[in-house]
Each structure stands twice: as structure tokens, then as C-alpha cells.
Design a binder for this molecule. Structure first.
Ligand SMILES: *Cc1c(COP(=O)(O)O)cnc(C)c1O
Length: 358
């Protein structure tokens, strides 16, 4: 087999090797069924077991309370940008959004189609290189929405904002779900497209409190109501079977490597090494402000586009792929999700040192 290289892609992104190996085994026959995991009916015993195991693993890992549903939806995290206001935001209602990057902005623009949006804070003034310290909420927001990790700008909330009483907290955790322990009971709804930190593209994990399932609009298409999926255990229609299966393997893999606390420790070590190198470097500079830096996406520049491009090519030659930053920030971005190996971080630091010495 071709040698695997270090993949710094922001998403779809690197998956744990043991997960890929187990999935490969089961492609031709899921267990002893004689039918591959992608070929089973979603109504059959074998797949229902996969679905149940994925949900159970998610619940164990996240310590998810019983009054929350775990749903496996399609349409990507981007579909949650409209599904949330469609369900919860009436024409005359106001929802509060913390705007910390391009994904929050997209969520805002979809919410505006359904009701009023109040921007509780924004870091747009500095091209989203920091997380604002304070949010100013509207009078009685229907909900408060924020993006826990800003994939493009390399910033991350260190703790969840406190929303006003009675306003459920809703979070887009697409690029940092399960990178550290999470207190689900603080949230009304959590969503994450799988392809950054949880699995293959095609499934969106939604964790939603029972009262919000109930409160959702009833005059919208069935597929867009949370209750439809909650009442049918994510099998109202054909769910994304294969991505659900792989995501379940990823949950079990995290559990088997020590759970979320151990994951956080490894993530802090990986990111800490990189930031500490960047802070001491004469050539490279981290773009995110101290105190706002992401454990998952480390963004950095040389300050000169030609040198950036040269470094990206230099690193690629050494088997370090996917380091080009998002077009709105430029420079480099090292996405070092849960499954990204520590050796890859060391290899990147060595490459930066060697490039700097040249
Ligand atoms: C990638 C990303 C999205 C978009 O996810 P899709 O599944 O492609 O719709 C939304 N929010 C954040 C924070 C992301 O990183």
C-alpha cells in the first residue's frame, strides 16, 4: 500500500488508522453477515445495531443526559444554519448570534430569512483573529447561537458563553466536537458536520434537548422538523448509513484512547508545541490572538505571500499536505484534529526550522 502522509486538511480530514482498518474489514462483510456495511438495509437488524451502537458510544463519550436526543442528519452543518431558525425563530422573534467568523456569518444570513437577528458581538474588526470577551444580548432572545471553533480563522472559545436565562444556547461545533470534555447540559442544541473531527462527510451530528424538539415549528416540511427525526430514531428516511457507522468507530476509538479528558491533553500538547515554536520564530507568526487560539486549526503566516507559497511547497515535498490557509486569511493553516498524530506536528516544526535556516 502507498505510504500515508501527514494530512493537515481542514476537512474532510484525517481519520484514525485503526478506524479505517476496521471499516475496511467490514466493507465486504459487516461482521459475519456476508453483506458489506454499505449494503445493508437501514431497516435491517444489522444496521439498526450499528445505529444503536453509534448513539450509545456518543452518549457515553459525551455524558449526554437522557433528556437529549442524538440525531444523525444529512445536509451538512450548513443545513443547520436554516433548520434552526426555521424551527425556532418566528417572524417577530429575535435570535442572538455571536459572530466570530465566516461560518457564524453564514448562520446569521440564513436566520435573517426567518426572523430578527441581533449580533451580540463580533470580531470582524480584526478579520476574526480573536474571540470577543463580552456579548451584549437582546431583551428576550429565542436562542443564542455561537461557533465554538472558527475553522478558517484559527480561534476557539475556551468556555461556552453564558446565555440569558430561558434562551437556549445553540452551538456549531463542527470543527471541535469532542476535542475536549463538553457539558451538554449547558446547551439546547449542539451540531457538527462529521468531516472535520468525527468521521466522513455526509452525516451531521445533532444533540437536541427534548423541550426544543417539542417547541419546533410544525408548519414546515417533515424532513426539516427535528421531531420527525427524533420520533423515528433518525430513520424517517434512509440515513447516511456508512458515515454513521464510521463515526461510531471514531467515538469508540476516542473512548479506547482514554476518553475526552485524555483527548484534550493530547490536543493541548500538540497545539502547545506548535504555538510555542511559532511564538519563538523570527519568520513564522501565529495569526490568532493569545487567549483565543484554536487547538484544532493553527493559522500562521510569514508576512510575505511568496515565502508562504514557498514554504507550502517545501512542506509538501516532505509529505506534509494541506497546509495552505483559507483564501480569506492566506498563509498557512495546520488542522490538527483529534486523529492527527503528534509525530506530524513534530515533522511540521522540523520543516519550519529547516525552512527558516535556509
Ligand atoms: C466546515 C464547517 C461548516 C460547514 O459544514 P458543512 O458540513 O460543509 O455544511 C460549518 N461550520 C463550521 C464551524 C465548519 O468548520
Amino acid at each position: 500500500m502507498t505510504q500515508r502522509i501527514f494530512n493537515f486538511s481542514a476537512g474532510p480530514a484525517v481519520l484514525p488508522v485503526p478506524v479505517l482498518e476496521e471499516a475496511r474489514e467490514n466493507l465486504l462483510s459487516l461482521g459475519k453477515t456476508g453483506i458489506g456495511v454499505m449494503e445493508h438495509s437501514h431497516r435491517g437488524k444489522a444496521f439498526i445495531k450499528v445505529l444503536e451502537e453509534t448513539e450509545a458510544a456518543c452518549r457515553t463519550l459525551g455524558g449526554i443526559p437522557d433528556n437529549y436526543k442524538v440525531l444523525f442528519l444529512s445536509g451538512g452543518a450548513s443545513s443547520q444554519f436554516f433548520m434552526i431558525p426555521m424551527n425556532f425563530l418566528g417572524k417577530t422573534d429575535t435570535a442572538d448570534y455571536l459572530v466570530t467568523g465566516a461560518w457564524s456569518e453564514k448562520a446569521v444570513s440564513d436566520a435573517k430569512r426567518y426572523g430578527n437577528v441581533h449580533i451580540a458581538c463580533t470580531s470582524k474588526d480584526k478579520n476574526f483573529n480573536y474571540i470577543p470577551e463580552k456579548a451584549t444580548y437582546s431583551d428576550k432572545p429565542k436562542y443564542v447561537h455561537f461557533t465554538s471553533n472558527n475553522t478558517i480563522f484559527g480561534t476557539q472559545f475556551t468556555a461556552e458563553p453564558t446565555s440569558p436565562a430561558d434562551a437556549p444556547l445553540i452551538c456549531d461545533t463542527s470543527s471541535d466536537m469532542f476535542c475536549r470534555p463538553i457539558d451538554v447540559s449547558k446547551y439546547g442544541l449542539i451540531y457538527a458536520g462529521a468531516q472535520k473531527n468525527l468521521g466522513p462527510a455526509g452525516v451531521t451530528l445533532v444533540i437536541i434537548r427534548d423541550d426544543l424538539v417539542k417547541a419546533g415549528a410544525v408548519d414546515i416540511p417533515a424532513m426539516l422538523q427535528y421531531r420527525t427525526h427524533a420520533e423515528n430514531d433518525s430513520c424517517y428516511n434512509t440515513p447516511p448509513c456508512f458515515p454513521i457507522y464510521v463515526m461510531g468507530l471514531v467515538f469508540k476509538w476516542i473512548q479506547s484512547t482514554g476518553g475526552l479528558a485524555a483527548m484534550q491533553k493530547r490536543n493541548e500538547e500538540k497545539a502547545g508545541k506548535l504555538y510555542s515554536y511559532l511564538d519563538g520564530s523570527k519568520l513564522f507568526k501565529a495569526t490568532a490572538a493569545g487567549g483565543s487560539r484554536s487547538l484544532m486549526n493553527v493559522t500562521f503566516v510569514t508576512g510575505n505571500q511568496e515565502s508562504d507559497d514557498k514554504f507550502i511547497a517545501f512542506a509538501k515535498e516532505r509529505g506534509l499536505d494541506g497546509l495552505k490557509g483559507h483564501r480569506s486569511v492566506g498563509g498557512m493553516r495546520a488542522s490538527i484534529y483529534n486523529a492527527f498524530p503528534a509525530e506530524g506536528v513534530d515533522a511540521l516544526i522540523t520543516a519550519m526550522k529547516d525552512f527558516e535556516a535556509k
